[in-house]
Ligand binder design. Structure first.
Ligand SMILES: *Cc1c(COP(=O)(O)O)cnc(C)c1O
Length: 484
């Protein structure tokens, strides 16, 4: 915006500052034809509030002598009101393009829902449904039954229940089975998951006392056996999902731990974290432990997330024995952690996809992205190269490159996913860091923000998760503008 300055000698080139008194009243502003259109669309409250706030800002500017007649032309004022209304009504939550190379990215919303899950969710939310109504008897039903049978079919469990997320599932399991008593956990499994989920703190929140056994790298069956007293209520295993203990290590598998627990009449709970219902090795991916294996090994309860490898909505799934799940379901905290009908509908549809495992890589976005052949991603990188190159020229140069992505969300931290994409590097090595930041900022400021990652003085766009290339291509003119 041009401002009149003291140094302007020729008064004809800059209009004199506007006095606050020259600003229109709100009512006059609202009567402008362009503003009337806004009123018709959005109603009086929003438009009048924004018009008043706009005038307030202009008054401050005018008092500072920083307002010109051009700023308060009717067209400019009407456009400014429209802009304010538009900004206020724009949702803060927006879709972004995930080119980070991390498929299940916690900060970017984790798993994408399958089409069938979206459709089921929409249909169930737009209408009354039988969430807690037994259509056979006409009496009250239990929302758990929506997914319990499916979860039992898929994992071989006797019983299942669901809560808000896996952190809640762990908290609830410990509280229901061990409140006021002791829970034995290996020192090698006292995990911290991003976002303040730390096993010792969860234990305290649940009102149980943590008893650590073994060492960071090695824990043996005898460590558990020695720690069991009359105060013990539970033995617990935690999948070390976001780190790996390597080298001279030993951990006690559920197969060996379950008999130790059961000999003393104690339950064994495993927090699996991600937990996949299908063996990813079938698609050449790194293997994650399956809930069904842990149950077969003798676990009384296995908890895992709905929106990690399962590929569904945020949810905490608990599968296990009738006795343990029954106690968990009856525990009062369950009501506070219960799942909403929104994710429940999405979860049911997602679980149903697992009834047809051969179709999973088509129908489940998470698995579709994870199994995307690297040759296809490479071909996409080459196809996009010329357009991206010309959009970021001359400041940056672009190359198509093989890169390593990851599954994400704490699963398989040491395993890398071979992938491909574009690497964008500043031509000028001087100030390269600033240039890269500017590029990353420009990409994030696009109508549908593009999120890449910076490594080795380059901005990497991993294309594994870009299924619709036009989302990127259509935004290249805007990117070019922002970089100019
Ligand atoms: C991710 C994770 C959790 C938390 O699960 P949310 O669904 O994010 O609440 C708990 N334990 C482990 C081992 C995890 O990997």
């Amino acid at each position: 915006m041009e401002r009149p300055t003291e140094s302007v000698v020729d008064g004809s080139q800059a209009s004199p500052p506007v006095h606050p008194k020259e600003l229109p009243a709100v009512d006059r502003l609202l009567r402008l034809p362009a503003v009337a259109v806004l009123l018709a669309e959005h109603g009086h409250t929003r438009v009048a509030t924004e018009a008043r706030a706009l005038l307030e800002g202009l008054r401050t500017q005018a008092l500072a002598g920083a307002l010109t007649l051009a700023d308060i032309e009717t067209d400019a004022l009407a456009a400014a009101v429209a802009r304010r209304v538009g900004q206020r009504l724009a949702p803060r939550m927006r879709t972004v393009i995930n080119l980070t190379g991390t498929v299940i990215h916690t900060n970017l919303g984790r798993s994408l829902l399958a089409d069938s899950a979206l459709q089921h969710l929409l249909a169930m939310m737009a209408s009354p449904n039988n969430l807690e109504f037994d259509l056979a008897s006409g009496g009250r039903g239990d929302r758990d039954t929506v997914v319990e049978e499916l979860l039992c079919t898929l994992t071989g469990a006797e019983a299942a229940t669901v809560v808000n997320n896996n952190a809640a599932a762990v908290l609830l399991s410990i509280a229901a089975l061990a409140r006021g008593k002791e829970v034995i956990v290996s020192r090698g499994e006292l995990v911290e998951i991003g976002g303040a989920f730390r096993m010792p703190d969860v234990m305290a929140s649940a009102g149980a006392t943590l008893v650590e056994v073994g060492t960071t790298n090695r824990t043996h069956p005898a460590d558990y056996e020695r720690a069991i007293t009359e105060r013990t209520a539970l033995l617990m295993k935690v999948h070390t999902s976001n780190y790996a203990v390597q080298g001279f290590t030993a951990a006690v598998d559920e197969v060996d731990l379950a008999p130790i627990a059961h000999a003393k009449g104690l339950p064994l709970v495993t927090d699996l974290g991600s937990g996949s219902l299908v063996d990813l090795a079938a698609w050449g991916l790194p293997r994650e432990p399956l809930p069904q294996e842990k149950l077969a090994a003798g676990c009384d309860v296995v908890t895992f997330s709905g929106d990690k490898l399962l590929g569904g909505p945020q949810a905490g799934l608990l599968v296990g024995s009738q006795a343990a799940i029954g106690r968990i379901r009856k525990f009062p905290m369950k009501r506070a952690l219960r799942m909403s009908k929104l994710p429940l509908a999405a979860l049911e549809a997602t679980l149903m996809l697992y009834l047809r495992p051969e179709r999973l890589t088509q129908n489940l976005p998470t698995l579709r992205l994870l199994t995307r052949p690297v040759e296809a991603i490479r071909a996409l990188a080459l196809a996009l190269l010329p357009a991206v190159r010309s959009a970021v020229a001359p400041r940056f140069e672009v190359t198509a490159l093989d890169m390593l992505g990851q599954i994400g969300s704490g699963s398989l931290p040491v395993e890398r996913l071979p992938s491909a994409g574009l690497a964008i590097a500043p031509v000028q090595k001087k100030g390269a860091g600033r240039s890269l930041d500017a590029l990353a900022t420009a990409l994030r400021s696009l109508p549908q923000p593009v999120i890449g990652r910076i490594a080795d003085d380059r901005l990497l766009l991993d294309l594994r998760c870009l299924e619709d290339a036009s989302l990127l291509l259509n935004q290249l003119p805007a990117l070019q503008e922002r970089l100019a």
